[in-house]
Design a protein around this ligand. Structure first.
Ligand code: FAD
Length: 467
C-alpha cells in the first residue's frame, strides 16, 4: 500500500501510477474539510490560477515534457488532452472538465481510496508502505511544521522570491562587462563560458543616470500582479520585490540590487551610475538570472521594463520573476533524483513541495515518485529517467542544483543534458534534443517494465478504462 498526502496534480498523478501497477493507494485530501487560501472547490487536481499547461510542441521544453508524460501513461495529460480548449500552440484546458475528469477517474479506480481530511503529521513509512507528500505550495501549517521538523527548518521555504532568468544568447555582450564586485574586470570580450573562476563571475549591465531614470520611471509605474490575499502578507526584508524597494525612494535600488560599487566598467574606466548583475544559473549554462530582481510586476510588463536595462534590449526571458506563498523543500539538500528523501528512502516528496514549478512539472514529479513508490512495495529497484529526457532532467535539477541558492524551476532545455554536435539553430537544436529524449525514455521504459513485471508493456494503461 502507498499513502499519498495531497490530491492535487502531483498527488493524483502519483496515485494513478501506483494503482496502475496493481498496488493499493490511500489518497488524503483535506478539502473540503479544510480549505486553502486559493482553491475554490472540493475537486481533486483543481487548477488554482491559469488554465494553461503552456506549450505543446516538441521544440518547447514543456512540450517535450508533456510528450514524455503521455508516453508514461500520465493521467494528468490524458485528462488535459480530453478537456483541451483552443489555445494556438499551447495546451489550455476547460478547468472544470479537467478536474472533474481526474476526480472521476481517481474515484472510480478500485485500488484507490480517497480520504477527506487534513493530515497533520508525516505518517510512518516503510519499504512495503511508502508515503508520498504532495501537499503543494499551500501545505497546511501543521503539516508544514512536521516537514520542517523532518528536513530541518533551514531547508523548508514558505515564500518564493524568484528573479527573472534570461537566455544567455539573447544578452548583448557588447553592452555588458564581466566582473565580480571588487574583482578583476575581464571586459566584454571575455569568454562567455560562465566558468566560475572566482573572479569576473557576473555579467554587469551598466546604467547611466538617464538610463537609470528611464528604468526607474517604468518600474514604479508598471502594473503589479497582486492576485491573492497572501500577497498582502508582509515580505521578508531579504526578498523584497524590486518595485517595493523602488517605491521607498529614487536611490534605494542604487544602494541595493543595482549598487555599482566595486564594479569598474572597462569601457569608461569608472563605476557606472547603477548596475544590474546577471549571474549564471549553476546547472543551466545558457541561463543568467538578474541578481536580487524578484518582482511581482505582471509578466507582460516585466518584459517591457527589463528590456530598458542596457544589454537586455532583446533579451528572451525563460522565466519571469515572482513573489508568492510557496511551501517547498530545498530539493538538492533533501531529495534524490528519484524524488525520495535521501535520509528516509520510503518517503517521497512530489509536486511543488518538492521544489519544482508549474502544473506540468508538479504532475511529472508525481508520476516518477508514483512509479518508484510502487516499485518499492514490490521489492524492485527504483530509478530516474536519464538526464537526456525532460522528466529526468527535472528530477536531476531538483536534487543536484546548487543548494545554497536553490530556486524551483520550470522545465527548460537549459537543464537537459546538452547534445554534442546539435544543430546551431535554436528550433532544430531543440528538436534534436527532443528526438534523443524520446528515444532514451523508450529505453528506460523498457528497462523499467522488464524490472517491474518481467514483460514488456506500457505502464499506467491498464486496470481501469479511462473515459
Ligand atoms: C496563487 C498561485 C498561483 C499559481 N498559478 C499557477 C499557474 O498559473 N500555472 C502553473 O503552472 N502553476 C501555478 N502555480 C503553481 C501551482 O500551485 C502548481 O503548479 C500546482 O498546483 C502544484 O501542484 P501540487 O500537486 O504540488 O499542489 P496542489 O495542486 O496545490 O495540490 C496540493 C493538495 O494538497 C492538499 N493539502 C494541503 N495540505 C494538506 C494536508 N495537510 N493534508 C491533506 N491535504 C493537504 C491541498 O488541498 C491541495 O489539494 C500557482 C501557485 C499559486 C500558489
Amino acid at each position: 500500500m502507498v499513502e499519498i498526502i495531497g490530491g492535487g496534480l502531483a498527488g493524483c498523478e502519483a496515485a494513478w501510477q501506483v494503482a496502475s501497477r496493481g498496488v493499493r493507494v490511500t489518497l488524503h485530501e483535506m478539502r473540503p474539510v479544510r480549505a486553502t487560501a486559493v482553491h475554490k472547490t472540493d475537486r481533486l487536481a483543481e487548477l488554482v490560477c491559469s488554465n494553461s499547461f503552456r506549450g505543446d510542441k516538441l521544440d518547447n521544453a514543456v512540450g517535450l515534457l508533456k510528450a514524455e508524460m503521455r508516453r508514461l501513461g500520465s493521467l494528468v495529460m490524458r485528462a488535459a488532452d480530453a478537456s483541451r480548449v483552443p489555445a494556438g500552440a499551447a495546451l489550455a484546458v476547460d478547468r472544470e472538465l479537467f478536474s472533474a475528469t481526474i476526480t472521476d477517474a481517481i474515484g472510480r479506480h478500485p485500488l484507490i481510496s480517497v480520504l477527506r481530511g487534513e493530515v497533520a503529521s508525516i505518517p510512518e513509512s516503510t519499504k512495503e508502505s511508502p508515503v508520498i507528500v504532495a501537499t503543494g505550495p499551500l501545505t497546511s501549517d501543521e503539516l508544514a511544521s512536521a516537514i520542517a521538523g523532518l528536513v530541518g527548518s533551514d531547508h523548508l521555504y514558505f515564500y518564493d522570491a524568484i528573479s527573472p532568468i534570461v537566455l544567455a544568447e539573447t544578452i548583448d555582450r557588447g553592452r555588458v562587462f564581466r566582473a565580480s564586485r571588487w574583482g578583476r574586470s575581464l571586459g566584454p570580450t571575455a569568454p562567455a563560458s560562465g566558468v566560475d573562476d572566482g573572479e569576473g563571475d557576473y555579467l554587469n549591465c551598466p546604467l547611466t543616470r538617464e538610463e537609470y531614470d528611464r528604468f526607474y520611471e517604468a518600474l514604479t509605474t508598471a502594473e503589479s500582479a497582486t492576485v491573492h490575499d497572501f500577497d498582502k502578507e508582509r515580505f521578508f526584508e531579504g526578498c523584497l520585490p524590486i518595485e517595493v524597494m523602488a517605491h521607498r525612494g529614487r536611490d534605494t535600488l542604487r544602494f541595493g540590487p543595482m549598487k555599482p560599487v566595486g564594479l569598474v566598467d572597462p569601457a569608461t574606466g569608472r563605476e557606472p551610475y547603477a548596475a544590474v548583475q546577471l549571474r549564471q544559473d549553476t546547472l543551466a549554462a545558457d541561463h543568467f538570472s538578474l541578481v536580487g530582481f524578484q518582482t511581482q510586476i505582471k509578466w507582460s510588463e516585466q518584459a517591457r521594463v527589463l528590456r530598458l536595462i542596457p544589454g537586455l534590449e532583446s533579451a528572451e526571458f525563460v522565466r519571469f520573476g515572482m513573489v508568492h506563498r510557496n511551501t517547498y523543500v530545498n530539493g538538492p539538500r533533501v531529495l534524490a533524483e528519484t524524488w525520495q528523501v535521501r535520509s528516509r528512502p520510503s518517503l517521497f516528496f512530489a509536486g511543488q513541495m518538492s521544489g519544482v514549478e508549474g502544473y506540468v512539472e508538479s504532475a511529472a514529479s508525481g508520476l516518477i515518485a508514483g512509479i518508484n513508490a510502487a516499485s518499492l512495495t514490490c521489492g524492485e529497484s527504483v530509478s530516474a529517467p536519464p538526464r537526456t529526457t525532460a522528466i529526468g532532467a527535472l528530477g536531476y535539477y531538483a536534487s543536484h542544483a546548487n543548494p545554497n541558492r536553490y530556486d524551483p524551476s520550470n522545465i527548460t532545455f537549459g537543464i537537459i543534458e546538452p547534445l554534442a554536435g546539435a544543430p546551431r539553430g535554436k528550433k532544430d537544436r531543440n528538436l534534436a534534443i527532443a528526438d534523443r529524449a524520446l528515444a532514451d525514455l523508450e529505453i528506460w521504459i523498457r528497462g523499467r517494465c522488464l524490472a517491474l513485471d518481467g514483460r514488456e508493456s506500457v505502464p499506467g494503461t491498464d486496470l481501469v478504462d479511462f473515459r
